[in-house]
Write a protein of this length. Sequence first.
Length: 211
Amino acid sequence: MSDEALDRLIAAEQDERRRLALFLHDGPVQNLSGIALMLDAALHSIETGKLDDAQSVLSSALDRQRSTIRELRDLSFALEPVVLRDQGFAPAMQALAEQLGTANQMRIDLDIDAAEGIGQAAQVATYTIIRELLEQAVRRGPPTTVEVRMRATDEGGLETRVSDDAEPERRRRSFEAVEERVKQLHGTIDVDAGEQGTRVVVTLPSYATRR
């Protein structure tokens, strides 16, 4: 790996750590602090005989705790879903498609058999790239239909095509995070935003897909 590529990799990892730290501080950590204060208030109400107040506070604290658990579960799924680690790429993509499709009332068509032969690290990276592209489409639309197509290239690499019919994305900066992940794998990315939506084609070389 060249010095420039190494610098990009380090910078991307630092950005990711900052993003996670900010999310944890502003989300789950703040929620847990609030829950602790609510439990203190409930305990005080119990000690002073105000049982109705205690019950109300405990109910609110329970709702906030459940919300925090969902946030942490979503974060864990986003980093590396258990199904990807335990069952493989196709089941993980199917689970992601069902989750996003149901939540946003859109159809996600998958043709991903070509990914079965790639290495574990390439699977995680490819999954992350596709997830980010799908989430971008949702933010722009959401779309009614998304297609994810994967095929082996003539050189032995892997081409991933993600097409959606949401409002076209014309800002190149919106794809910078995805582009950085693709560069880390020494791949290429082509973005085509037209009147019918956005199509992104990511191509990875053969040596990157074996990792």
